[in-house]
Unconditional design. Structure first.
Length: 92
């Protein structure tokens, strides 16, 4: 599903204009992005949790040359689905 698909789904189900639907989708993504940038987690009841985790630097290996390289520290986004979502997907 793409952002355009989300806009169309809101347009069809809620009845907002396509322009209003696009604005809502953009605002929701912007709020999520800003919240994650601040280091806060996002918990959407019945859907799941988005969390930013800090990963420390570590040693890795180039598979082609077998040379050791340092993988730099970084922040990663993780998603943990809620039990409700897991159960819904289990039945699919």
């Amino acid at each position: 599903m793409t952002k355009a698909d989300l806009v169309n789904a809101i347009y069809e189900r809620v009845g907002f204009s396509k322009k209003e639907s696009a604005r809502i989708v953009e605002l929701v993504f912007e709020i999520i992005k800003e919240t994650l940038e601040e280091g806060e987690k996002i918990k959407i009841s019945g859907f799941g949790n988005f969390v930013i985790r800090d990963k420390r630097a570590r040693i890795g290996r180039n598979p082609q040359t077998n040379e050791e390289i340092t993988i730099s520290a970084r922040r990663v986004l993780t998603f943990k689905p809620s039990q409700v979502l897991r159960n819904a997907l289990k039945d699919v």
